[in-house]
Design a protein around this ligand. Sequence first.
Ligand code: SAH
Ligand code: MG
Length: 214
Amino acid sequence: MTGVRMSTARRELALSTKGFMPADEGEALWNAALAAAASVHEAPMLEVGSYCGRSTVWLGDAAERSGRTLFAVDHHRGSEENQAGWEHHDPEVVDPRTGMMDTLPFFRRTMHEADLESSVIALVGRSPQAAATWTTPLSFLFVDGGHGEEPARLDFEGWTPHVASGGTLAIHDVFPDPADGGRPPYEQIYLPALESGRFSEVSATGSLRVLRRH
Ligand code: SAH
Ligand code: MG
């Protein structure tokens, strides 16, 4: 798959969508999802933490190419670090009627403009609650939801058991050096996944880590 890329139109759309996925990491995510689909037949993909759909464009494209469905889990109310007064707050995603964040309209617009509505299903709600009743094995799991200690731990516990054998777990915002960013994705997801003996690291691009399940 070297040299192959997502179409220019979708790439430009992803890069013009609000969010937190740099281009090189988006491409690495896309490549990892395509490779995962090639090694695990039929199983769907799932993303935890979609925000306005930036990463979802890369993953949705990979899902479409592989004939899979991508489930995109987000309550669309923002993580702690997205709330007013925090570093990653964007007042444009606040719903003036409620005063709460609501990224769902942005997400829907992105999926429509990307022409990905037949490959992506939004699950709007709390990640641990969705995980609690989930039973379908996943070819690809991307975890980029709440980055606090508790949300990260719950995503590890709730979702990683559903990665199929031979499937892939991708984790965003993994910072082994505390000087680079927050600890929970590293301490609560990445390290426990490796320590469980169920996953081995395949690649690292920026803060993205790609692990394969045995
Ligand atoms: N992947 C996105 C960024 C995700 S930001 C991109 O490429 O830009 C993290 C997202 O996780 C936010 O949209 C937030 O609403 C969501 N989130 C945080 N905690 C959550 C939880 N417990 N349940 C569902 N979604 C959650
Ligand atoms: Mg992220």
